[in-house]
Design a protein around this ligand. Sequence first.
Ligand code: PEP
Ligand code: MN
Length: 336
Amino acid sequence: MLIVMKPGTPEEEIQKIVSFIKSKGFDAHISVGEINTVIGAVGGKTIDRRDIELMDSVQEVIKITSSYKLSSRAFQKEDTVIKIKEELVGANKLTIIAGPCAVESFDQLESVAKNLSECGVKFLRGGAFKPRTSPYSFQGLGEEGLKYLRQVADKYNMSVVSEVMDISQIPMLLKYVDVFQVGARNMQNFILLRELGYINRPVLLKRGLSATVEELLMSAEYIMSGGNRDIILCERGIRTFETATRNTLDISAIPVIKKLSHLPIIVDPSHGTGLRDKVAPMSRAAVAAGADGITVEVHSCPEEALCDGAQSLYPGQFEKLYDELRRIAPVLGRSL
Ligand code: PEP
Ligand code: MN
């Protein structure tokens, strides 16, 4: 249930309502909009909405029929903008996250980060804990990889994006990582999502391999219900009958999500296609469709990559793509 307060309602009136709904067993989440403050009442059992509707400071009470509430546009009309260091995710400027699939060594990371930072990239990605389909594939360098990420990112004034696979890793990742990535395979690891709701660090939530948009938003809701509102959604392709590409990148998910949710949405054309030569066209399509950015795999020597080499761009290809996006962005009222 959403309680829309009359414009200009004083804070103590808002707190009165918060106390009232809490006394009925609900959690209260406040969204301060340009005109109205909205209180989201979630989790409780029953409440007679007329008791609230009749309060002087209340403009209207809206029942939310969707199962996601805090992540919905109904709760918050304005787009969520997340500040990470000097960068704003979800604002006018596109967010570009780039780097290797996995951190393999300090030198490998350093060399690619240098190229990326020269282009203007502010977010360095790289997995230190890799969710590999086979237990015999490279599993990542663990904490050593996180140290390299932090060192290299600091050298080039970038933020670190890296995947968390399990709640036990959270305290360690908090020391090194600016954005916690939740991979497709963990999108419905509800225990992990709940824990991430309690940390004060943005989360990049990737769509599950066979997840609907609604399920993705429900997973965001898990995190938000714990108090963490800084969530970046990521469309990374879904399983379909098509085999020409690794996954089928669901470009239509971008406008669908933009309508349903206020959260920023970026696109991963690397896992979305699995093929290097498809990455640039799908990145351009993502930006044209209104995505807030992309996350893309880049490797100085993809044929030697320990993970996802076929979908990793050469630095030169990335540079060209970056330049194309810089030129496309203004057509859509954005910048890069
Ligand atoms: C990744 O970003 O390296 C990754 C493993 O992605 P996904 O979870 O989307 O497969
Ligand atoms: Mn990968």
